[in-house]
Ligand binder design. Structure first.
Ligand SMILES: Nc1nc2c(c(=O)[nH]1)N[C@H]1C(S)=C(S)[C@@H](COP(=O)(O)O)O[C@H]1N2
Ligand SMILES: [Mo]
Length: 356
């Protein structure tokens, strides 16, 4: 287990642990500070007998870890964000793990491209979806009970699976830890974290989009298109978002002093191109300085030099990002998103007062 003092415990069994986002420093989150999201207990994987099975519209495969390690490895850096990150900021409150700012982290992942495994399996024409199934299992109760005991499973469309999905056995240059999915997990760059299935055990190739529990009853939202009534749609790409790491919510800052507001911003498609900060509750906005070069699927840290007001009192800071496709953050939370994709600019209350 990671050192619990490095993470904020939102739930201990199964482990749901939040990264201390206010400690954001380097572009990569140290593994011991990387958030943990699990629906079921961490499975006991027998490493001696472990194999990755490939089934469905392809040749059946059963691959050992050695066979996967023998495929040409690839490394990529990707920011993972849980779709429920920031949920604790919603008013009125919504059900689910009450994540603050820290259900987001960035790591370097190394493994075999899923494309290599799909090529080995010679996927049939007619295949459209790739279901990634984990070894973890359990039951969930109200408000949407599972059909008895199920395994965690999520799918990615075949085209995405062939593009950049990684089957990772390493995280930040070391073997994957149990809570992050050892011995093998998927990393789906640019997508909300639910797609990056941990403890991967089976890959199923299907002829129709998968409609499993975590694709429909969970991790889906309402989308309205073409004048039709709203349609329940599985979550996919990360939405553009900036977050303030410092000051932390409810921090007290000295009056009439320069203060460096610091944070990170990310997006699913393209790169973050602009971050703006408001120090007056969202009435006026000013551009922040981006500190990292643009890199697909990786957050960019940013800073904004704020001269704190001379007048002591309560102030509200907000940040918002815009990406290279022009996607920016909505001013309000769309009810169709339910308890997911919380990208309205979060209000960070601070006290400016006294002599600090
Ligand atoms: N097998 C399995 N994979 C899983 C999950 C899970 O509960 N079981 N949780 C998903 C969710 S919702 C997120 S946000 C990410 C979190 O990955 P992490 O715990 O390494 O941060 O894992 C995803 N993969
Ligand atoms: Mo998640």
């Amino acid at each position: 287990m990671p050192d619990p003092t490095d993470l904020i415990v939102r739930q201990s069994d199964p482990p749901n642990l939040e990264s201390p986002f206010h400690q954001l420093d380097e572009p990569l989150t140290p593994t011991g500070q990387f958030y943990v999201r699990s629906h079921f207990p961490v499975p006991n994987v027998d490493l001696g007998r472990w194999r990755l099975e490939v089934r469905g519209l392809a040749n059946t495969l059963s691959l050992s870890l050695e066979e996967l390690r023998a495929l040409p490895p690839r490394s990529l850096t990707a920011t993972l964000e849980c779709a429920g990150n920031g949920r604790a900021f919603l008013c009125p409150a919504v059900p689910g793990v009450p994540w603050g700012l820290g259900a987001v982290s960035t790591a370097e992942w190394t493994g075999a491209p899923l494309a290599s495994v799909l090529a080995l399996a010679q996927v049939d024409t007619g295949a459209v979806d790739v279901v990634l199934e984990g070894a973890d299992k359990g039951t969930l109760g109200a408000p949407t009970p599972t059909p008895g005991e199920i395994r965690y499973a999520r799918s990615v469309p075949l085209a995405k699976a062939r593009t950049d999905v990684l089957l990772a056995y390493e995280m930040n240059g070391a073997a994957l830890t149990p809570e992050h999915g050892a011995p093998l997990r998927a990393v789906v760059p640019g997508w909300y974290g639910m797609a990056s299935v941990k403890w991967l055990s089976t890959v199923h190739i299907t002829a129709a989009p998968f409609q499993g529990f975590f694709q429909t009853l969970d991790y889906a939202c309402w989308e309205s298109k073409d004048g039709l009534p709203p349609v329940l749609t599985p979550l996919g790409p990360l939405q553009t978002k900036a977050q303030i790491a410092r000051p932390a919510p409810h921090e007290t800052l000295p009056a009439d002093q320069p203060y460096e507001v610091y944070g990170a911003a990310w997006t699913g498609c393209g790169t973050v191109e602009e971050v703006e900060v408001s120090a007056d509750g969202g009435r006026s906005w000013a551009g922040a300085e981006l500190l990292d070069p643009p890199q697909l699927h990786v957050w960019r840290r940013w800073r904004y030099l704020w001269h704190t007001p001379a007048e002591p009192g309560a102030y509200t800071l907000l940040a918002r990002a815009t990406d290279s496709q022009g996607q920016t953050q909505p001013p309000d939370h769309d009810p169709g998103r339910g308890s997911y994709m919380i990208t309205l600019p979060l209000r960070i209350p601070v006290t400016v007062g006294g002599n600090g």
